[in-house]
Design a protein around this ligand. Structure first.
Ligand code: FES
Length: 337
């Protein structure tokens, strides 16, 4: 039996199969809801179910209050009846945007012991429209997928720049570091995700952990391309100074008086750099976040801490955007026991 999902206060409804998630059904019908990991880890897809019965798993991504207010993770929620939902945002997807292509590796450069810069090129003549901050899904021949933020700005639409961090026991990243070479091809499904700059006059906080710098690079370069004039502060955190693998933030700061760069190191004290956790450096500088818009990208622990602490500092929920890296271990940890 197919159920119907309607959207509160909008003239939008779409069908959903009993084994289909609300997020998948919305996308199949041509709508975009906020999402990032699709695995029940990041909490980006959460929204209310106003009426109807569901099968759902929430794990730690929802607070006890959110659960009692009938918030669910749409990527982990399947209908048992017709539903009325109240998402934070829903918009018509660009039907021509997403493509599956065989991309060729045309440049690789190891930036640190555990970060590889990888440039992929689409087949001749192919271009893919995307928003700065979105990610690419790498499709493995065995059916597994790996998601990576794109570091290139949308103007560079003939390929993809990836910042790949070596993950212990991560088969794809081991492949990148040990066997992948220039000329190889990778099947990609692109673009994905709703992590992208929102229009506003508010000052922007970009908070990146490690290779969470990749989507920030895309966003900052896209703002420059489009002449968007807003105050931007990039907080880039790493355990060691070697993990801050790009000189671009210093160049941007030298070129643009409205751009500030705050490097933050957690496991060492470095001259000229802040010490501690990256999201705490933000809070030390800005005890009240009521007037900001914040974008956070990194491991689940960073995203969870920023969500909780930034909200406590007054950041409006609608001004907070996260892109969470998820490894297989994170997904296992988020699964119902
Ligand atoms: S997209 Fe649903 S929890 Fe991440």
């Amino acid at each position: 039996m197919t159920f119907s999902i309607s959207v509160s206060g909008k003239d939008i409804a779409f069908p959903c199969e009993p084994n289909e998630t609300v997020l998948d059904a919305a996308q199949r019908a041509g709508y975009e809801l906020p999402y990032s990991c699709r695995k029940g880890v990041c909490g980006t897809c959460k929204g209310r179910i106003v009426s109807g019965e569901v099968r759902a798993y929430a794990g730690d991504a929802l607070s006890a209050t959110e659960k009692t207010e009938r918030n669910f993770l749409y990527c982990q929620t399947r209908p048992r009846s017709d539903l009325e939902i109240a998402p934070k945002m829903i918009e018509k997807a660009d039907p021509f945007a997403r493509k599956k292509l065989a991309a060729r590796v045309f440049r690789m450069k190891q930036l640190t012991d555990d970060v590889m810069l990888v440039h992929l090129r689409y087949p001749a003549g192919e271009r893919v429209r995307f928003k700065a901050g979105q990610y690419v899904r790498i499709l493995w021949p065995d059916g597994r997928t790996r998601d990576f933020s794109m570091a290139n700005p949308p103007r560079e639409s003939d390929g993809i720049q990836l910042h790949v961090r070596l993950v212990q026991d991560g088969p794809f990243t081991k492949h990148v570091f040990e066997t992948m070479k220039v000329g190889d091809t990778l099947d990609v499904d692109v673009p994905h995700g709703t992590f992208a700059l929102r229009e506003s006059d508010k000052p922007i906080l970009l908070v990146a952990g490690g290779t969470g710098f990749a989507p920030m690079q895309s966003i900052v370069e896209d703002m420059a391309d489009k002449g968007i004039q807003r105050d931007v502060t990039l907080y880039w955190g790493s355990r060691q100074v070697s993990g801050l693998y790009s000189d671009l933030p210093r160049k941007w700061a030298a070129q643009n008086p409205r751009f500030r760069y705050i490097p933050v190191i957690s496991d060492a004290v470095e001259p000229g750099m802040r010490h501690g956790f990256v999201h705490q450096a933000v809070l030390e500088d800005h005890p009240s976040l009521a007037e900001f818009q914040a974008y956070v990208c990194g491991v689940p622990a960073l995203c969870r801490a920023a969500r909780k602490d930034f909200r406590a500092a007054g950041l409006p929920v609608r001004e907070f955007f996260i892109d969470t890296f998820t490894t297989q271990a994170d997904i296992e940890a988020a699964r119902p026991k």
